[in-house]
Design a binder for this molecule. Structure first.
Ligand code: SAH
Ligand code: SF4
Length: 412
């Protein structure tokens, strides 16, 4: 069916061949870049200085070519180019919704595909990023959940989504690097970057995958995104959504420190066991206790409970009352996000009626808990919550080796 306003993919990308055997520096910590440079032959002092400069160019300026890193001695740049790259995921398709939401299908260097979505609003621009190709959990209402887990994304692939979004939004600062001593004349850009007026202001880990099942890479990526000399996004503007991986929640709060969203979706064991199968492992009471213990949650930084509205499944007035009771029982600083179910081909659920959603929302609000109804965004391009999916399949080792060989051959 052709949906009104649907725009077919506007970009068809090609596989990037620039990597070869060179090391991609994106996703490495500042320290790891330094160590990598040392390993390649720089002495300790030089490696430290170059790492600092490279970091700034990658994450503050969005530069991908060493030749443009104008405070690095000209003679050194080819040496870097021979050994390293500043990579980007390859764009397979890019689509724009009639409401301005943008979705990109991206491909990693091994050909695995994952999606990323940008949602512009009046007062913010939110990038929804993926943490895995596929998902091990199969929440019954989620399109991603119909895929098997193909693999975890690396920190570089996670942070690469943010870099690519800034490329696509034209958001890298222009201007000179006044802080550098040996600035070459050829840097003739004018204008200065200010942190105000950003287009990409918020990040949500709500794309494909369960971020707490890929903890280390997600943590590494978020540390980079939050680094003051770079993308410099405040942890208050980043939200990690989990379907309820209870044992990892405290670490997420302690070690990453971003806002927490929890995909609750049901208030009884019976229904949650059915629609979020992870509930059979970590039940509602344990999950809410982990929320109560979440480091850093308070009234100024509330936990968001996501609640997908499924017709005749979890949307009764009794469910709303039970939700209020549970939130009060655990004294949670909480807000509830009611998400109208976003359909996808083959889904076995229907969205609750608007009246039902409103009634549910009113009950929760009446008890002093904010429960806005989320306006679906990007449904026409299958970019809304729970609609993301890629064609990637888990390949055997032999198939992966064959693809790697072909790539190597293509590189000559
Ligand atoms: N795996 C993580 C984060 C990604 S999903 C998690 O589950 O929390 C982002 C949100 O969209 C989750 O709350 C998810 O449950 C919800 N969602 C999934 N499928 C949906 C659908 N078809 N309609 C509406 N929301 C959906
Ligand atoms: Fe995985 Fe989240 Fe979808 Fe559940 S809702 S299948 S955890 S991506």
């Amino acid at each position: 069916m052709q949906i009104p306003g649907h725009i077919d993919p506007v970009i068809t990308g090609t596989v990037s061949l620039r990597g070869g055997n060179r090391i991609d520096l994106v996703g490495l910590s500042r320290d790891a870049i330094r160590a990598t440079l040392e390993e390649a032959g720089l002495d300790v002092k030089a490696a430290k200085l170059r790492a600092k400069q490279i970091w700034h160019w990658i994450y503050h300026r969005g530069v991908t070519e060493f030749d443009e890193m104008t405070d690095i001695a000209k003679s050194m740049r080819p040496w870097l180019t021979d050994r390293f790259i500043v990579g980007r995921p390859t764009v397979v398709t890019a689509q724009v919704s009639n409401d301005g939401t943008r979705k990109w299908l991206l491909s990693a260097s091994d050909g695995q595909e994952y999606e990323m979505v940008f949602i512009p609003d009046a007062d913010r621009g939110t990038l929804c990023i993926s943490s895995q190709v596929g998902c091990t959990l199969n929440c019954r209402f989620c399109h991603t959940g119909t895929m098997k887990l193909v693999r975890n994304l690396t920190a570089g692939e996670i942070v690469g989504q943010v870099l690519l979004a800034r490329d696509a939004l034209g958001e890298w600062p222009k201007g000179t690097m006044a802080s550098t001593a040996d600035l070459d004349d050829e840097d003739d850009e004018t204008g200065h970057y200010t942190a105000d007026g950003r287009i990409l202001t918020n990040i949500v880990l709500m794309g494909m995958g369960e971020p707490l099942y890929n903890f280390d890479e997600v943590k590494g990526a978020m540390k980079i995104v939050m680094d003051g000399d770079g993308l410099a996004l405040s942890r208050r503007r980043i939200t990690l959504s989990t379907s309820g991986v209870v044992p990892m929640m405290a670490r997420a709060g302690d070690e990453i420190g971003v806002n927490l969203a929890v995909s609750l979706h049901a208030v009884t064991k019976e229904i949650r066991d059915e629609i979020v199968p992870l509930n059979r492992k970590y039940g509602i009471e344990d999950l809410l206790q982990a929320c109560a213990d979440y480091p850093g949650a308070n009234n100024a930084r509330r936990i968001t409970f996501e609640y997908v509205m499924l017709k005749d499944k979890n949307d009764s007035d009794e469910d709303a009352h039970e939700l209020v009771r549970l939130i009060k029982k655990y004294k949670l600083p909480a807000k509830v996000n009611l998400i109208p179910f976003n359909p996808w081909p083959g889904a076995n659920y229907e969205c609750s009626t608007p009246n039902r959603v409103r009634s549910f929302s009113n009950i929760v609000f009446a008890h002093g808990i904010s429960a806005p109804i989320r306006t679906p965004r990007g449904r026409d391009i299958m970019a809304a919550c729970g609609q993301l999916k890629s064609e990637s399949k888990k390949l055997s080792r032999a198939e992966l080796d064959r693809i790697a060989d072909e790539k190597q051959a293509a590189l000559g």
